[in-house]
Ligand binder design. Structure first.
Ligand SMILES: [Zn+2]
Length: 235
């Protein structure tokens, strides 16, 4: 009697193999380094569903790291073969706000990449030692030289493909404003004049749409998840 053959999904196996090859060039080097075409196939096939950041050396002992699944874990991580440190990578948090005064909304024109020249709500990466509300106020001070009174959190956007979580607060504009180092221009917009076609990020669009839809009411936190970037989308 023929031995039972486990049913294996060929597609899943291909993905596992591709992921393994992509993350472990060194480990698989005994089979020869893949040529340019194979590298393109592997990278292209895995690009949309792997969001880990590349890493070359261990920050603890400077030894080269490799992708492996640590004991007791279920995911590949960057692991140091010398000191054993597992370098966990988790989503980054972007905090921002929609500053408003007299029904007008403050937006910043970006002076830096990505999306230089496009408009954005004041927002940026959260720093260690601050709350998300403090981070949103700090970013507004840095990008728009403006002081704000942070209100309630009203929008949460999971930018899954980029490994980021974008959080937006309502805010009251308390001071004058000017372009900070990361802005080309800062301007108060009437709602009807918001430059929808020149917004820097998809999360900005979501937050502004919900903000305007709320019309000053607290409708809780609006949430959405952007799992895959379309070529036509801004970030
Ligand atoms: Zn190490």
């Amino acid at each position: 009697m023929a031995a039972a053959v486990p049913e294996i999904c060929g597609f899943s196996c291909c993905l596992v193999l591709l992921r393994s090859l992509r993350g472990n060039w060194k480990i698989h080097s005994q089979y020869g380094t893949p040529g340019p075409f194979l590298r393109w196939v592997i990278n292209h096939a895995t690009r949309s569903w792997i969001t880990y950041t590349s890493m070359k050396y261990c920050s603890s002992c400077a030894t080269e790291v490799a992708r492996n699944i640590p004991k007791g874990d279920t995911r590949e991580r960057w692991v140091c073969g010398n000191c054993g440190v597992v370098h966990y990578q988790n989503p980054k948090i972007v905090v921002g706000c929609i500053p408003e005064r007299d029904g007008k909304i403050l937006l910043c024109k970006r002076a830096i990449e990505p999306r230089r020249g496009f408009w954005t709500a004041p927002a940026g990466f959260m720093e260690l030692g601050e709350s998300i509300a403090e981070g949103a106020a700090r970013e507004t001070l840095e990008e728009a030289c403006a002081k704000v009174e942070i209100g309630h959190l009203f929008a949460s956007v999971d930018v899954v493909y980029a490994g980021q979580l974008h959080l937006f607060f309502k805010a009251k504009l308390l001071s004058d404003f000017a372009a900070g180092d990361e802005s080309l221009d800062v301007k108060l917009f009437e709602v009807d004049d918001i430059p929808w076609n020149d917004l820097a990020f998809t999360s900005n669009r979501f937050a502004l749409e919900k903000y305007i839809g709320d019309a000053g009411r607290d409708n809780g936190v609006h949430m959405c998840a952007i799992k895959k970037k379309r070529e036509s989308d801004p970030i």
